[in-house]
Design a protein. Structure first.
Length: 343
């Protein structure tokens, strides 16, 4: 996929689109700083592209001038803190932060409060105590555990409908490997926990053959899967991946080992990125969970504009505990993609 030209690989990009009000001449430009944890992340790239699209639509609908200034933290919290400092020094109206280290949000919240600038965290949830340090700190995202539940349900449905195919050794137990995100990352921990507990709650026995933290990366996942195939071979019946990039890495390793879509394990991911949806159609990926990139972008922009213009969240947004905008995951299979295409 070609990188979106509006993103800068190192520090920043100033993208002028075309001051939010209901009509007449533009009064003031709304400037939004967006700090990414890692620009190369496929899902984050999708969110950023959607945010740019929504900003353009918002301009046209409300006679706005919106500047998005996007930075890449390159997985360094120190770099991201410096980028946030620059947003605040330059008087940006709102900052949106896809935080590198969820336990480090207090520093950013305190700086935003001192500057009187609302801060919207997204996709990577800060510690709740940090978010509550200031009334204008918010989080937009999806409950991480729900993705694990839906992954477990995808495998559970296959177990119930095609058990003879899934249970390769006929022992009545699902043998699986787990590709995890960053060590200690909340999304990784909860997705890992809930996909297995969903099977256990349904009375299905599962045996973990191996697990590894592949840090959300396709290449790292491929290396781990290659090793597991050498060690366990056809005993691997299911591959749980905390995101689609790692699921695709597992598929890469299987293809290198000469496996086709019929002989590959049952592989599931999270995010429903475009490459993952293509793998679903091909039959190598068996299921994924849609992480709502469009909803994230729309909610962030609605919140950012309302905070800048009205000083409070839009009434069109449903806030939980005055801090959280929660969106919902959705399980996706090749069959559901076909149904959507037909409808």
């Amino acid at each position: 996929m070609k990188r979106i030209g509006c993103l800068i690989a190192a520090l920043s990009l100033l993208m002028t689109l075309s001051a939010c009000h209901t009509g007449g001449e533009a009064e003031q430009t709304l400037r939004i700083g967006v700090a990414l944890y890692q620009q190369e992340d496929t899902f984050i790239e999708t969110v950023t592209r959607e945010l740019q699209r929504v900003a353009l639509e918002k301009e046209q609908a409300q006679n706005c001038k919106i500047n998005l200034y996007i930075t890449d933290g390159k997985e360094s919290q120190t770099s991201q803190n410096e980028q946030v400092d620059r947003f605040l020094e330059r008087g940006y109206d709102v900052i949106c932060v896809n935080i590198v280290d969820r336990t480090a949000a207090a520093v950013i919240v305190d700086k935003a409060q001192a500057a009187g600038v609302p801060v919207i965290f997204f996709n990577r949830e800060p510690v709740e105590e940090d978010l509550r340090r200031w009334k204008h700190a918010y989080y937009v995202g999806l409950p991480a555990g729900d993705a694990g539940v839906l992954q477990g349900e995808l495998v559970l449905d296959a177990w119930r409908t095609q058990r003879d195919t899934l249970d390769r050794n006929g022992d009545g137990v699902i043998q699986y490997v787990m590709l995890e995100g960053e060590p200690g990352h909340q999304d990784a921990l909860l997705r890992t926990e809930y996909c297995i507990s969903t099977l256990a709650n349904a009375g299905v026995s599962a045996e973990k053959l191996a697990s590894d933290a592949a840090n959300w990366q396709r290449g790292q996942a491929s290396v781990s899967m290659r090793q597991w195939l050498q060690e366990f071979g056809e005993n691997i019946e299911v591959v749980f991946a905390n995101n689609d990039d790692m699921a695709l890495g597992a598929i890469d390793a299987c293809a290198e080992a000469g496996l086709d879509k019929r002989s590959m394990p049952f592989i599931v991911g999270v995010d429903a990125t475009p490459p993952a949806l293509e793998a679903l159609r091909e039959g190598t990926l068996k299921g994924t969970v849609r992480n709502d990139a469009v909803g994230l972008a729309e909610s962030m922009m609605e919140l950012a504009v309302s905070l800048s213009v009205d000083g409070e969240p839009s009434q069109d947004l449903e806030l939980t505990d005055e801090r959280y905008v929660w969106l919902r995951y959705e399980a996706v299979t090749a069959e559901s993609l076909e149904d959507q295409a037909v409808s």
